[in-house]
Design a protein around this ligand. Sequence first.
Ligand SMILES: *Cc1c(COP(=O)(O)O)cnc(C)c1O
Length: 407
Amino acid sequence: MTQINPHYQKLQAGYLFPEIGRRVKEFSAQNPQAKVIRLGIGDVVLPLPEAVRSAIKKATDELGDPKTFRGYGPEQGYDFLREAIAQNDFQARGAKIEADEIFVSDGSKCDCGNIQEIFSLDSRVAVVDPVYPVYVDTNVMAGRSGHYQDGRYANFVYMPATAENNFKPAFPKEKVDLIYLCSPANPTGTVLDKKDLEGWVAFAKKHEAIILFDAAYEAFITDDSLPRSIFEIPGAREVAIEFRSFSKTAGFTGTRCAFTAIPKDLFAKNEKGEKVSVHALWHRRHCTKFNGVSYPIQRGAEAVYSAQGKKEVTSLIHYYMENARLILAGLQQTGLQAFGGIHAPYVWLKTPNGMKSWDFFDLLLSKSHVVGTPGAGFGPSGEGYFRLSAFGFRENILEALSRIKNY
Ligand SMILES: *Cc1c(COP(=O)(O)O)cnc(C)c1O
């Protein structure tokens, strides 16, 4: 019989969200009258901006006319979108990224997950703990980890980010090759400032490591002096790759469009110790395994950068960030210690009296009928914490807060 990839059996079977679903279902079956409010999932609720929808419709009509029909597009994305991205997301903020350093894709989850395959299986992986599980699981699948024990995979370097270090992970003490950073961070909702990123760039340079920087939530940064891209930091072009997505920014979670920026100054080495361009490798990989995002969706993404698109996106972000502000203030009023929520749509709270995160989940569900995400599901250092998402309708957020306060 055909053998499977043995590394898949090291994975902790998609535990977090299925387990949340199971507990909510059980609770609802026993309490059919309870109106459960879900603040657990990182998915947007507000509709796609009008500017985006009309661009998608117009592009769809072009495809219905033989004179303007298009088949396969360039694998890396159409120039109109790559140029809009390079100008608006990077050059306008002083980050030197060119259009041909942008790779458009159908999702940042895929990009963050796939990027590891262009690096050696011997690469040592460092992740912040707690973390977006994609970075960890895809490296487990590839075979870079040992077995799972006590909440960790052997061979990975975990960098704790907790209230004790102000959610700023310390540099690894051992040699690492790939460093995954996410800022503003999912799940903690905290952000790295310019000095932090300068430190990481200097660290990566000194130790010849590559930073895989996930900026999926950059649009939620409310203080304009904070970096939105790692490429705002001098020297980052030689040590970093950045992942971005239209998912959370512009409501594209179901529509699918994202991109990765890989500077041409970034090199890794081959077995002989010779320098190889990472951009060229990813280009090769992308052309072989990906055939582009659909034309109407790329036109929709381009419309995010139009004057009307920018206005609409800003108002989406304001809506969620007002939710986040209300959650943070509401929790603090109840005496709970809460973090994040200022530059990210997530609030990360410390469970009261050292309660385990799953126990707090059950308590919140049974007493307030509110669903959140137990911190332990994001890594061992998430134990004792709990995530509430600001992606929800205002009335539900207010109702959830008033129930939490009353309890
Ligand atoms: C939502 C999210 C993404 C974006 O994923 P898409 O596949 O582009 O929808 C990337 N990174 C993190 C940390 C996220 O939470």
